[in-house]
Write a protein that binds this ligand. Structure first.
Ligand code: ATR
Length: 274
């Protein structure tokens, strides 16, 4: 029987996940399909019951359901539990629903694909303390990046994540700007600059050192204002596209036990986004 998968969210029409996963099914000759389903918050419980009844093998979860879905699941993977958010649901052999979070690991895979995995001793600065930053912070810790600082407009939120991690430091944006030259890896995880298409950086990159690894989690546009500014200062830039592709690839692997070809997918998406 043909297996089927989905992504649920609101909005969902512009999701690039269906094309990506269906492309992998084709490449790997897997008889399955992946569809987008528009689910509003008030419909979430019904939608999950329907996905179960109709026999979905698994699904991705996007905004605004990543936290709200948790009470409807039977089990959580360790990382999803720590993050308090789920982006991937697996229907296990005995029909249970298990939640995973592949966003943070997707970021780390993408970073290591771009610059290798020999950078774990470098001090890392995470800018932002929302859901995305939180996932990345836990994943960085899990993969052995031990020297972590988090800066955020609202410092209390950065302090909260540091407290949960049990290590690292929280900084004000002003302090982070002053101490920018201490960091070997800087990761932009805020939504600054996205609203109304306005140009704004979460913090000044004046003190950025040449050769610093600078990543953004936003991938549309591929080169964000933050990355363009970092590139002017000869940083090594890592776009957010890899995180998107790898969070999908890790989810795919949870469902089907195979890691798809991410290089090919990334090239295709770059062509679409440029
Ligand atoms: P996400 O789930 O994508 O992380 P979020 O939880 O709404 O989204 O978090 C948005 C992040 O962007 C927060 O860190 C937010 O800072 P605050 O916690 O102080 O609100 C940050 N952010 C949004 N607009 C910003 C701006 N103009 N300057 C600096 N930080 C900004």
């Amino acid at each position: 029987m043909k297996r089927w998968f989905a992504v649920i969210g609101d909005p969902i029409a512009h999701s690039k996940s269906p094309a990506m996963h269906n492309g992998w099914f084709d490449e790997l000759n897997i008889d399955a399909t992946y569809i987008p389903i528009h689910v509003k918050s008030e419909q979430l419980e019904h939608a999950i019951a329907s996905l179960k009844t109709l026999g979905a093998s698994g699904w991705n979860v996007t905004i605004p359901h990543k936290q709200a879905i948790i009470p409807f699941l039977d089990e959580l993977d360790e990382m999803a539990e720590k993050m308090g958010a789920v982006n991937t649901v697996v229907r296990t052999a005995d029909g249970k629903l298990k939640g995973y979070n592949t966003d943070g690991s997707g970021f780390v895979h993408s970073l290591e694909e771009a610059v290798g995995d020999g950078q774990k001793e470098k001090p890392v600065l995470l800018i932002g303390a929302g859901g995305a930053a939180r996932g990345i912070a836990f994943a960085l810790q899990y993969y052995g990046y031990r020297n972590l600082a988090i800066t955020n407009r609202t410092v209390a939120k950065a302090e909260e994540i540091i407290h949960e991690l049990g290590e690292g430091q929280a900084l004000s944006l002003a302090d982070a700007e002053q101490r920018l030259d201490e960091f070997g890896i800087i990761i932009q995880c805020t939504s600054a600059g996205l609203a109304n298409g306005e140009f704004s950086l979460p913090l000044s990159l004046e003190k950025l050192q040449q050769g610093t690894i600078v990543a953004d989690i936003v991938y549309n546009p591929l080169m964000t204002p933050f990355l363009l500014e970092a590139q002017k200062k000869d940083a090594i830039v890592v776009t957010g596209l890899g995180m998107f592709v790898h969070q999908g690839a890790i989810a795919f692997n949870h469902w089907l036990g195979q890691y798809p070809n991410t290089e090919h997918t990334t090239k295709k998406l770059i062509d679409e986004l440029q």
